[in-house]
Design a protein around this ligand. Structure first.
Ligand code: CA
Length: 220
């Protein structure tokens, strides 16, 4: 999952980015509202972590702008302002959840999993396609009941394909999910991931729709 982190505190931003990267998320970190809007205009994120106190336009105005544009991206407000009024204003403006600084990175991970599950309309935390089972809570994929030892990026590919099971997922969408703005992407990177996933999850798990993208079916 690709997360946009909007945080002007350097130490906190770095800690959150590193913590989430270790959990396998792709994190794009920006430090002001204008850059956040630019990123949100061009890129589909799985969730937005939004500090309220930002230089220039503050977090609340970014949130209102996002919702006015009709984007339903889940938003977690991350703020030091523990006054009730700020939390209410954030929730009224369309935030899905909030965290008060300082917070535990594990709690942030749990909140992110909860809100992204809500967005795909699921209350359970596993996805199943044939003999492949993905557990979003543990970020674990099994094949015929055995752990598969996927890398973080392989996991992200499988999660994306399984969330959209039955539908086409383009190569560009996979790249967008896996790589941040600053990452270098080898031209065959996605093909390499797909190749390794076929090796680990069986050759029939992912269908390659030549030149268009990839698909996982629910019903095998
Ligand atoms: Ca701040």
């Amino acid at each position: 999952m690709r997360i946009l982190l909007v945080e002007d505190d350097f130490m906190l931003g770095e800690a959150v980015r590193d913590g989430l990267c270790q959990e396998g998320y792709v994190v794009d970190w920006v430090q002001d509202g204008g850059t956040a809007r630019a990123a949100l205009s061009t890129t589909a994120f799985s969730a937005l972590l939004l500090d309220l106190g930002l230089p220039g336009s503050d977090g609340l105005s970014v949130l209102r702008w996002l919702r006015q544009k009709g984007h339903t991206t889940p938003v977690v407000i991350v703020t030091a302002r523990d006054r009730v009024a700020d939390r209410i204003a954030g929730l009224d403006a369309g935030a899905d959840d909030y965290l008060i600084k300082p917070f535990d990175i594990d709690e942030l991970g749990a909140r992110l999993r909860a809100i992204t599950r809500r967005v795909v309309g699921r209350t359970e935390s596993t996805l199943t396609a044939g003999e492949v089972v993905l557990d979003m809570r543990q970020r674990l994929v099994t094949f015929h009941g055995q752990p598969t030892g996927l890398t973080a990026r392989e996991y992200a590919v499988v999660e994306l394909l399984m969330r959209r099971a039955g539908g086409l997922v383009t190569r560009a969408e996979i790249e967008e999910e896996l790589y941040g703005f600053e990452d270098e992407i080898a031209s065959n990177a996605i093909e390499v991931h797909i190749h390794n996933l076929r090796r680990k999850l069986g050759p029939r798990f992912i269908t390659n729709l030549k030149g268009r993208g990839y698909r996982v079916d629910n019903d095998r």
